[in-house]
Write a protein that binds this ligand. Structure first.
Ligand SMILES: [Fe+2]
Length: 384
């Protein structure tokens, strides 16, 4: 067995009002830049964070122009804003996009060079970033616990990796998530479930990541339906916030697999939201991988609440697939993308790209292009 590593330098606070921990984490002499998006400003979520900082720090600026899928230009604009206000601390309020932009602002303000040097030339960071505190407003991406930022450049979603990208602190405040609409609660929650399931079966899984991912699956089975049905159920929101973070840490360090690999082209070419793409592909990917690691999926079935005591591993694993389909139906997520296929030739192209993705190498079953093509064909015609 090769030597494995698990590393996490982030401090986590969670519970209603966790945003108030900011008063402990920033100093009076700090000049803070909040990185967020326009929708969260409009929804009043950013104001809930500003309120905590007002009058307690030397400067407070808000950069709210982060796009839905962050591009290199978003990072550059946010860096300019941070330099102009002389930021000494970066606070992200939002889902994966503002968090990933904030991560890059934090390191680009202290390290020499440009985003492209780190994104494409894979230059390592030599200095710690500015103090970075993140407040997630969705429970899905898990970016608050990852050493990764994903930014679109040259028409490609390209990750930047480094321990320096781990936030100094993450504040999981369910009150910031109460206004998230049911459909987004559903798809982001399925993204978190996909992180946890893929981490549990990934080739890089280890006892640390297994412990976190297993608890994430258990929490999602318990709370995702409740958070979807009743957005202001703060206990359910908190459970989902924790699940998303645990799953994020696990997948960042264990690896992902065929589901995320297939979600890539679906989002880049057809603009299918990341969570929806994962939700549709997840049961298909589980069914495909089942022959490689039936015991692991049997374990997942138990975490999802399936009574597995008298079942063989294979039967229990099949029940895990069924349980995910049931969850998907309860969350009113369509089981197929059949209306999205624009050109049948795309199936071959998407399969080729998905199989070539780095994350596909962590999948427990070796994925051939032909198999992946069949899976994509199912995505576009698949019915329960
Ligand atoms: Fe994801």
């Amino acid at each position: 067995m090769p030597v494995q590593r698990f590393f996490l330098s982030t401090e986590f606070s969670f519970g209603p009002g966790a945003r108030k921990e900011l008063t402990r984490l920033v100093q009076a002499e700090d000049r803070v830049i909040i990185i967020t998006d326009a929708g969260l400003v409009k929804a009043g979520v950013v104001a809930m964070v500003e309120e905590v900082l007002q009058g307690r720090v030397a400067g407070l600026e808000v950069f709210s122009q982060v796009s839905v899928n962050p591009h290199a230009a978003d990072v550059e604009a946010a860096c300019r804003a941070a330099r102009t206000c002389g930021a000494t601390a970066v606070v992200a309020v939002g889902g994966g996009s503002p968090m990933d932009v904030a991560k890059m602002v934090s390191v680009l303000l202290t390290n020499p060079g440009t985003l492209a040097d780190y994104q494409w030339e894979r230059k390592p960071f030599t200095r710690p970033g500015l103090k970075l505190i993140v407040l997630p407003t969705t429970a899905g991406t898990g970016s608050e616990g990852t050493a990764t930022a994903v930014i679109i450049d040259r028409d490609t979603k390209q990750g930047i990796v480094g321990d320096e990208l781990l936030p100094r602190a993450a504040l999981l405040d369910p009150e910031l998530m109460a206004s998230l609409p049911p459909a987004i609660t559903a798809t982001t929650g399925m993204d978190a479930l996909t992180h946890a399931v893929e981490a549990l079966v990934a080739r890089g899984a280890n006892p640390f990541t297994n412990a976190l991912a297993a608890e994430a699956v258990r929490l999602i089975a318990k709370y995702l339906r409740r958070a979807f049905a009743c957005g202001d159920d703060l206990e359910a929101r908190e459970g989902m916030a924790l699940a998303s973070t645990l799953a994020g840490v696990a997948m960042d360090q264990a690896g992902l697999g065929v589901v995320h690999a297939m979600a890539g082209p679906l989002s880049s070419y057809y603009n299918v939201p990341h969570g929806l793409a994962n939700a549709v592909v997840l049961p298909l990917g589980m069914r495909y991988n089942l022959v490689a690691v039936p015991e692991k999926y049997a374990f997942i079935a138990g975490l999802l609440g399936v009574p597995v005591q008298n079942l063989t591993s294979r039967a229990a694993a099949l029940e895990a697939v069924r349980a995910v389909q049931e969850l998907q139906a309860d969350l009113q997520i369509r089981p197929t993308l059949k209306d999205d296929l624009r050109d049948p030739a795309d199936i071959e192209k998407f399969a080729r790209e998905a199989v070539a993705m780095f994350i596909c190498r962590a999948n427990p079953r070796v994925v051939s292009a032909a198999d992946c093509q069949r899976l994509f064909a199912e995505v576009f015609v698949y019915k329960e």
